[in-house]
Design a protein around this ligand. Sequence first.
Ligand code: NAD
Length: 278
Amino acid sequence: MERPGRVENKVAIVTGAGSTPGPGIGTGKAIAVVLAREGASVLLVDRYPERAAETAKMIADEGGTAEVWQADVTTADGCESMVRAAVDAFGTLDILVNNVGLAALGTVVDTTEDAWDRALDLNLRSAFLASKFAVPVLAGKGGGAIVNIASISALRGDGTVAYSAAKGGLIALTVDMAYSHGRQGIRVNAVAPGHITTPMVHSVSAPGPRAEFMDRMRAEAGLLGTPGTGWDVAWATTFLASDEARWITGVTLPVESGVLSVVPLLMAQHLRGVPEPS
Ligand SMILES: NC(=O)c1ccc[n+]([C@@H]2O[C@H](COP(=O)([O-])OP(=O)(O)OC[C@H]3O[C@@H](n4cnc5c(N)ncnc54)[C@H](O)[C@@H]3O)[C@@H](O)[C@H]2O)c1
């Protein structure tokens, strides 16, 4: 007997539903594909429509339903039009996934004010604005689910001060929205990915021994010793977006192979075992 999808007949918006070009899959693209596989109609929002179009093709090839929508989600206009587009295309809205984001290295000393503002705009303001326009629609129909894609960088130091602060803000936004909109039937949760490997991660270093070394180190840093991908984030997000999580709100679910559950000293033996590139 065929089971219904976990988000059957729901309408979802995924921001950053394209993926930086390259091998592997970004979190937004994977989230959109899994939501569609599980029965949702998905509005694929991206600043670069050609990226979202690749996601749309992947979904169409599997027989799912999706439409591409070009928007810059750091702007109020972009977010308002995106929510309207979902309702126009699919008649309603049930799920918003605030996935857009990008890490940037830097300490408080060397991060410029511009870089700080860009990180806060992309990683935090985008979720604030998207939610501002999505919440009234969700409240108007009796509820829905919002999932914010944060990062373990919000919880542990890694030299990305603006990104970390923005993702920490995103977790705080999650908790506050869960409080403010719980009685409207809106659940708000976050997923905090760890050292996953996505095309965006690969795009910052040329393919070769150094990139392979870093892939192995990312895998060995976790308790499971295996690599994580955008799909791992997608399954967690789909769970939180689905009615299976109907009594879960205000939480941040780490998807990180247990790196937050160990003192770093004990992982040295595994990390030492990875041969340095020559
Ligand atoms: N890759 C990792 O290791 C990792 C770890 C922790 C958290 N995350 C989080 O996962 C999310 C996605 O990461 P990814 O590696 O899949 O990135 P990605 O770059 O592959 O995908 C992000 C997509 O967002 C789009 N985008 C960028 N700015 C936009 C804007 N202003 N408006 C609309 N779309 C825009 C991009 O075009 C791209 O298609 C981010 O929030 C990131 O912080 C990633």
